[in-house]
Design a protein around this ligand. Sequence first.
Ligand SMILES: [Zn+2]
Ligand SMILES: [Zn+2]
Ligand SMILES: [Zn+2]
Length: 425
Amino acid sequence: MASNTPDTPDTPDTPDTITLTAQCHCRSLAFTSSPIPRSFLPLKATNCHCNSCRHLTGSLRGSSDILWPGPPPPSSDLLKKYVFSPRLSIYFCGHCSTTLFWEDNSTPGTTNYLVFTGILNTVQPLNPGERLVEWEAHMFLSDTIDGGAVNWLNGLNGPGSPKPKRWLGWKDKSVQVNPQGIYPDFSSKVFLRYDENLLATEGEEGNIPVKCHCGGVSFFLGAGQGQRDFKERQARGEQLPWFVDPVTYKFLGTLDGCDDCRICSGVDLFAWTFAELKHIYFSDGKETLPTDTTKLKESTGKDPRLGTLALYASSEGVQRYHCGRCSAVVFYACESRPDMVDIAVGLLHAPESARAERVISWSWGGKLGFGTDMKGTWREHLAAMTEEETEQFRIARGFPKNFRRILKEQGASSAQAVPGGSGQV
Ligand SMILES: [Zn+2]
Ligand SMILES: [Zn+2]
Ligand SMILES: [Zn+2]
């Protein structure tokens, strides 16, 4: 049931049951499950890495959900519905755009509701050793080409717990692939070298679409042009923006464990890249977006070229941009960084693959950005898992430590502040 007082559910608190809450970021919408016998735990979850889910949430991880053990979400003016496919719709908050539920009509005569795991919490604490969620599957890995986020989501269920199975398409209905090692295996030759970038591209080839599921938000990241611009600036002796790899000129990619990005996207663990607004173009590929965040804010809802882009001021001086029609997370902007935005990696349509490695220099290994937000919650193990598995993946790829990680590690040892934003070291 919808309630404005999510912390006081009207279900009894008994030692044998547990009650779930699902709440949007702005706290306008909150839902409470039926009491669940603890013997039913862990609840079975699925990750979908398909192109459509990545473009819907903005998360590189795609989507992640469990069957909602409670009443269907009641209608409300704020609860918006988006028809995702003939059989699936989603519900999201019309104010903050938090993705909340799937409505699944794929079985004739039955409607199931699934809740996004990123917004899931429990009213009662878990008992020692009890797990709330067990991810059973990673689906539609073939869409990612390079595996997307799957190579650092092997230990999702915690140490000693079963690994999620990996499927090229639907769970149980497609080909299952190696459950433990790197996906795809190195013989597939889809992986790029560390230094492969877009410096040598001409014209539109270096323009990477940034597009949500419904297409209402449709821009281009001038990644090739941006990388050339950074190289020229460096040659002139100018200082590069903090998010630019000074060797490959790629844009930094980070993983983010913060509560805000998790809740807004509905997906635990978010991925961002970063760009100057002057390198982001409208869909005509000619004119750039307003080049400072104040102008972008003022143009949103007015300039038709921004399409369905909408904003939610999540805190003082911070704007979270999303698609007002399909809910996708698009940008994060703040007034202290007026010429740039964070871009949701799940919206990039890079031809090479989901991780867009010609565009992005990923910071793997090291401390997860805001991983401490997970401390003391049912997600606590996710931070340690990500740190460990991204480091293993980096080493397996033969990549050096990313520039950002080196800088942060040096900063940590000399207690100097390192400029920048969210995400993994
Ligand atoms: Zn909300
Ligand atoms: Zn999907
Ligand atoms: Zn959209």
